[in-house]
Write a protein that binds this ligand. Sequence first.
Ligand code: FAD
Length: 447
Amino acid sequence: MNWDYVFIGAGPASLIAAGLLSKSQPGACILILEAGGTLKHRGCPGMRRRTCTDCSKSGCRVTMGVGGSSAGFGNKMCRFPASSETLSLVPQEVRLQVEDIIAQLLGRDPGPPEVSEFPVGTVRRKFYSADVLFRSEYGALIAKLLAELSHSVELRSDAAVASVQKGAEGFELQLASGEKVKTSKLVLGTGRSGHKFIRRTLDSLGVSYVEAETDVGIRLEARTGLFSESFFYQNDPKFKVDHGELGTSRTFCACRGGHIVPVKFGNGFFADGAFVSGLSDVTNVALMVRSSQLLTSEQLDEWCRFVNVRSGQSLLLGEVSAEGGPSAATILASVPVWPSDRHKSLMAELLDAVVAGKQVDMFGTSIPGEAVKIYGPAVDRYWPLPSLSTGFQTNVEGLSIIGDAAGLSRGIVQALASGVGWALVESVATGMLIDEVLTHPNSSKAA
Ligand SMILES: Cc1cc2nc3c(=O)[nH]c(=O)nc-3n(C[C@H](O)[C@H](O)[C@H](O)COP(=O)(O)OP(=O)(O)OC[C@H]3O[C@@H](n4cnc5c(N)ncnc54)[C@H](O)[C@@H]3O)c2cc1C
């Protein structure tokens, strides 16, 4: 059978895009191929012990499966707007519609833009709002996206795509099972877990891309009450530091009342943060550094593996007393090896700024006997940035890239915005309009 559209990956970007597409083109044959399992089987068996059990032949259960890379957990849902990088690929005339559709899906008004930054010494503080959705709430959101898929959409789990080729009449996909699938149009929504697959695919199809400057670092976890109010000025405190030629650093992805989660990465694993079913009394925050010295996937893979082995296959690298303020030097030394001296120097400067209190005091009060735990390694932005034009199109006819795989910016709202943006552009290009969008009061077309 020849499909009209195939989406690779069943994350939020593909699910919302396929749902809208199936409404605008009811006759189109649409297939979604997902490497991981179904939504019901997303739990991470290594979470409690904070190690990776390398549990599944079909990949990491945290990042792979129906619902995408965090569907087994709850999440922070950023409020609008979508990032300027994501919106740069959405034509101006449909941006309001993108916001309308996401607002309807999330059941809330996007409101005015809330993202802003201002300096505190040499540190910049970024403001934006985010709400926590627990696992059941996030699961309900994914279930809603699944329910929006019309009968013309087939979703197959445990269906990893191994390779893609382009022929005169479209694309031929080879699945890991050996099966071949043909399609006229192909959308890559492979997220962060598909980073090796997407590089191979872009190389074989002739799509140019650049490597991102990877973020590496650690996660600090302590009782929520130990963090200072000046540090926790919002749900996810984002302090960014510019270190000149050395690079940049930041605090990000704070899970206030959340958990540390192991994420499989190559032959090792790294620490991420997530929420489950209720708030705990601890909080974890990522401290990340970004150097212009590029690290290949293999180097990152090796670094993670080395840190894992040296820490006895545990994400817990050590702990420091919170009494009198945790020592930045001890935290720095808890990582057995850094990817480079530059990364280590950047982390030393970040720790000075936010832990030693030179710019912001991360920990306010300290109670004798309490500790700050150090988890690592932490890795982010390890996937490529493909060259894309408006509508998330590549230079290869019929090939688009959405969600985290577009490499611009990550997060659920960004993934949803790119999926909706892609579907709206596609519906206009094919002359098929998405009815409910057109009737929504904010819609520029309705006006
Ligand atoms: C632990 C954790 C916590 C997070 N917390 C937050 C948060 O609080 N807030 C937030 O906004 N974001 C969070 N994120 C990020 C968020 O989950 C992603 O940005 C978002 O899911 C991206 O959506 P996507 O559709 O682009 O891709 P993904 O959700 O990554 O989905 C991609 C899918 O493609 C599949 N795939 C990959 N390669 C292939 C292949 N070759 N064949 C078939 N299928 C393939 C994968 O199995 C995966 O299911 C978190 C991520 C993790 C891992």
